[in-house]
Design a protein around this ligand. Structure first.
Ligand code: NAP
Length: 293
């Protein structure tokens, strides 16, 4: 990619995290900004937890337009914002912040990122369908909310600790979402897999460098129905063992790279106040960066 031309009017976007060196966001966002010919730059900002408040105040004085938020700031940033969208409140985490009327507004684009590949690729009626979600951490919250938004009849979350699973379920209160949500420990997985129309891995099992690992054994994956969709939130390696095994079984595979791109597209739409974002350019920039093309 050619280096962007920084001018006296260049507007600033970025990502805050600690560490932030491994973030893929600068690659895809700067590719999109260059393609659009906009005088913006997107930078990585390594911010230690104890410096979060002062950094955000500094961003306001510098006229930062918006920024992405990654680990460990996704919850900690919430009290520092003037407004938090209902979606981010429901998930309990903010991944995108924008400056609106001199105030910081936080939202979460992970739901949009998660559902976009499902909606664009597979025009299904989800209302008769069953989702099985592996893991009950932060990303699982966006996945559960996304499945609910799509209208899945049943949403099953599988975890390894019943106490944490109950806490996960109770965190949705008496909402309609909670009514379609059931939690299970891993020993119940064998009976859930054959019913799954959508099977999502939100655990880090199989992520680089543990590339030979998978959250499911080969025998468990054999139980997946051939028309099912297997979705792994992990983006390196690409594809994961989980997706390779699912594809062998005839399932449709969606990788975490697409969710990453789509949550970035949703963030750029907010910051730039425009609907048309060069998603292909962002995807290609990431694939090149990760040596996937
Ligand atoms: P997290 O909050 O730490 O949650 C991880 C979940 O995985 C927890 O429920 C944890 O179980 C479970 N887990 C961890 N190790 C396990 C193991 N060995 N066996 C079974 N379960 C295990 O992490 P997160 O933020 O949700 O992220 C999870 C994954 O999603 C990461 O790989 C991350 O890179 C990916 N992600 C991708 C995107 C994207 O755009 N593609 C976005 C967000 C996250 P316990 O609760 O029992 O500890």
């Amino acid at each position: 990619m050619t280096k962007p031309l920084i001018t006296g009017k260049t507007k600033l976007l970025g990502v805050i995290g600690h560490p932030v060196e491994h973030s893929l966001s600068p690659v895809m966002h700067n590719a999109a900004l260059a393609q659009l010919g906009l005088d913006y730059i997107y930078l990585p900002f390594p911010i230690e937890p104890e410096n979060l408040a002062v950094a955000i105040a500094g961003f306001a004085t510098m006229g930062v337009v918006g920024f992405s938020v990654t680990i460990p700031h996704k919850q900690a940033i919430m009290p520092l914002l003037s407004e938090i969208t209902p979606i981010a409140q429901a998930i309990g985490a903010v991944n995108t912040v924008s400056r609106q009327n001199n105030q910081w507004v936080g939202t979460n684009t992970d739901i949009e990122g998660f559902i976009a590949p499902l909606q664009t690729t597979y025009q299904q009626n989800w209302s008769q369908q069953i989702a099985v979600i592996l893991g009950n951490g932060g990303a699982a919250r966006a996945v559960v909310a996304g499945c609910y938004q799509l209208g899945f009849a049943q949403i099953h979350v599988v975890g390894r600790n019943m106490q944490r699973l109950h806490a996960f379920r109770h965190s949705w209160g008496n909402s309609q979402l909670a009514e379609s949500l059931q939690v299970h420990t891993w020993d119940e997985l064998a009976k859930l897999i054959p019913q799954a129309n959508l099977l999502v891995n939100t655990t880090p099992v199989g992520m680089y460098p543990q590339v030979e690992e998978s959250p499911l054994s080969v025998e468990e994956m054999q139980k997946l129905s051939p028309g099912a969709i297997a979705y792994d939130l992990i983006y390196t390696p690409n594809p994961t063992q989980f997706l390779q095994q699912a594809a062998k079984k005839g399932a449709i595979a969606i990788d975490g790279l697409e969710m990453l791109v789509q949550q970035g597209v949703a963030a750029l739409k907010i910051w730039l106040q425009r609907e048309s974002i060069p998603v292909d350019v962002m995807r290609l920039a990431l694939r090149k960066h990760l040596d996937l093309t």
